[in-house]
Write a protein that binds this ligand. Sequence first.
Ligand code: SF4
Length: 402
Amino acid sequence: MQSIRQIYKIGPGPSSSHTFGPMMAAKYMLEQYPQAMQFDVSLFGSLALTGKGHLTDKIIEKTFHPIPCTIHFDIKKEVDHPNTMIITAYGKQEVIGQHTFVSIGGGKIEIDGKKNADEPDIYTLTTMDAIQAYCHQHHIRLDQYIDQVEGLEFDKYMHKIFSQMLKTVNTGLKRTGVLPGSLKIERIAHALYQSAHSCDDPQDTNSLLLASYAYAANEQNASGGIVVTAPTMGSCGVLPSLVYHFYHDLKYPKQTILQGLKVAGLIGNLVQTNATISGAKAGCQAEVGAACAMGAAFVASCQFQTNEQIECAAEIGLEHHLGLTCDPVGGYVMIPCIERNAVAAQRSIDAARLAKYLRNVKKNRVSLDMVIQTMNLTGKKLPIELKESALGGLAVVVPDKQ
Ligand code: SF4
């Protein structure tokens, strides 16, 4: 299992698999073929079906600029992975190189069927059961285990992630106007934030503040702003909203929040390793479901719950998103994505609260490993129409123009 750095990455929205991954593929081609005079890009599967709404073509053109590139959206060709692309580099006229890329989620790519060699496996334990047994044997918390594996430099990286999450929310809270694209969706983070401050009920205030932060991050994402994958860009509002809320409103110390972020990263890493975090592979359960599990673990960790309670919180967060489909209207990462992040952030807090008390009265029958495995199996059964193709669900019911 790779470093948690692979879960948290900073980059331009709106989609880790449809913008970040293709951007990495284009950068790889530029590095390999600096003499190239033209590129030809073929997008298949989900990349072809929702690439326009997800701004895939725009990020590829921008990365290759000023070298010209032609982009083809091939929705007919059958491919093994729904996020497949082939890029060909040309000299004056002749082909000088061609590679097949798969954008596997969270901005990660596979090149010609191989994992990126720059991302070594550093975790020998790859299930929560094994990690819990190790922590139990050595009397350590999950975040201490992560520190052992990741090493000293990791803290510096996590500080950067923490700062970017706050910055993304802050920027999103200040912006107003309409998000780009034919849906003509108004940004509402700022208005929600103001409503939160005029509430009489403190519980409503907290809930609305949290929602406004999630909207802020996701509206930034939908407009191509800089966000942190957590674990993906479509689900980039859950963790930052909790981080912002716990840091600014609830006044949790920065160190506690960093510990929580590490533990949340471990959960995302386990989901990615043992299932997937790609909406095109397994629907939104793999994105917002995974983010909710991470959020629940974050909250439980910040509250210094036990390792078992943290696992239980994450398990609850994911279990109750099982079967969640991906059906973005018009192929944009807006409906249902933005609101869904706000709901999942609230659910993360509920899951952590339930885990805190549930473990006192009963042993959990469903482990996190089990629910991750179930998510993977469920994802395989979901039809293509409900896996980031914009061919089913809300995408065919809700009009994509105003
Ligand atoms: S519905 Fe979920 S998985 Fe699909 S694009 Fe939106 S956030 Fe991503």
